[in-house]
Design a protein around this ligand. Sequence first.
Ligand code: SF4
Length: 463
Amino acid sequence: MYYKNNDKLHEECGVFGIFSRDADINVAAMSYLALYALQHRGQESAGIAIGDGEHIQLKKGMGLVSDVFADSDFPAAGGHMAIGHVRYSTSGQSCFENAQPMSRKFKQGEIAVAHNGNLTNIAVLKEMFEEMGYTFETSSDTEIIIKMIARAARKGIERAIDDTVQAIKGSYALVMIVENKLVGVRDPNGIRPLCLGKIGESGYVFSSESCAFDSLGAKFVRDVQPGEIVIIDDDGIKSINRNEKTFSQPCAFEYVYFARPDSVIEGISVHDSRRRAGKILWKEHPAEADVVIGVPDSGIDAAMGYAQVSGIIYDIGLVKNKYVGRSFILPDQKARELAVRIKINPLRSVIENRSVVLIDDSVVRGTTSRKIIQMLREMGATKVHMRVSSPVVAFPCYFGIDTPYRDQLMGAQLTVEQMCAEMGADSLGFLSIDGLLQSLDPNRSFCLGCLDGKYPISVHMEG
Ligand code: SF4
C-alpha cells in the first residue's frame, strides 16, 4: 500500500531552466543539482531535457531525483540549454507518460516543455484539437501546450508561443527549449512562481523558487512578471508581455506551506512571512502555556514568531524522521495507523507535565492534527492549544494544487469549535485572512481562492 500524506495541500511541480555557453558550466549537472533544491515541490517523478539547438535529449522517470538519476551518466551530457522538472500528481495520474519534461519532434524542429500549474480551459482546448484529428498520449495539460506551439510554429516560434499563451487559461509557470532558445512564461495573474537569475559570465537560469539559485551560486535577478514571456538565446534576453492589464495575484499558500523558507517570492522572504504570521497569530489567538512547539517543517517558523511575541519559550517538541518523504510504502493496516508516528515523534522531556501551544501551518482533513494532539497527550502534555498559521481552508484549488473535495475539507464541514472538539484540542485558533495578508504585504493582492472561494480566474465550482 502506497501512503501519500493527503492531509496537506500538495504542490504539483517545480521547474528549472538554464542557458549557458560557459565552458565550465555543465547545464545538465546544474539542472540535476537544482532539482534537488526543488525536490520538496514534487517527489513522484523527475526529469531533465538537454538541448544543443538541434536535438533534445531527455531522461525522466518515476521517483525522487536521486532515484531517477541513480547510476546515470546523464548529468555529464553536453548541450548549452537544459530544463528540469519535479512532479507531484493527483491520484490516478502518477505514471511515466505524465512525467516531465515532455518533448516532441515537429516539422520545424524539436521542443521540450516543463510546466507547473493547471490549465482551466483544458477540456475546451482538447476537444478542439480532437475535432481537428489530433490524439493525446497523456492526460497531462502540458501535451496540449506542446501541440499548440508545434501547430503554430510555421508562423515563427516566438509568435507560436505568444499565440499559445493567449489561448491557454489557468495557472502556469513554463520553461521550454525550442530551436536555440530557452523560454520562461508565467500566467497573467502570476499564480505560480517563476524567477530569473544569472549564472557565470553570460548564462541565465529560471526556477520555481530562488533557493535553487542559491544552491548553484547563481544570482537572483527578478521574478518573471505575470503574463511575461522571457526568451533567452545567443542574442541575449528578450521580454514580451502583451497582457497590459495583468493583475498579479500569486498563490498565498506558496508562503504558508509549499515554498522552502530560504526562497524569496515576489520580494517576500518565505521564512519572514511565516514568522510574521506566527506573531500575528498570537495577537489574534493568545494562549497561556509553558512551551510553544511547531509541526515540522513549515510550522516551525510561525512557532518561533508566536513564541517571540508571547514570551513563552520555544522548543523542539516534535522530532521529524528526515528519511521519510511526503509519501511512502505502508505494508498493512497496522502500519498505516502508525504513519504519523513513523514521520513525527514528540520529545518527552519537552512535553511531559507541560501545557503546550502547538503550531501547524494549515489544516486540510484534520487527521494529522488529531493524531499529533493525541501523541502529545500520551507523552504527558497537560493542555494542548492548537494554533494554525493560515486561515481555514474551505474551498478547493483549481490552479495546480491537489486539494480534496469540499466534503473532505474539515474547514468546509465544521465550525472552529467543532474542529477543536474533533481534534481533541483544549483550544483552537486560525490566522484570519486579514492577518495572512498583513504577514505577506497588505498593499498587494494574492490568490486566496481556497480560503475565501474568490478565485483570480473564473472556474467551474464543485459543490
Ligand atoms: S486556491 Fe489556494 S492553493 Fe490554489 S493557488 Fe489560490 S491560494 Fe494557492
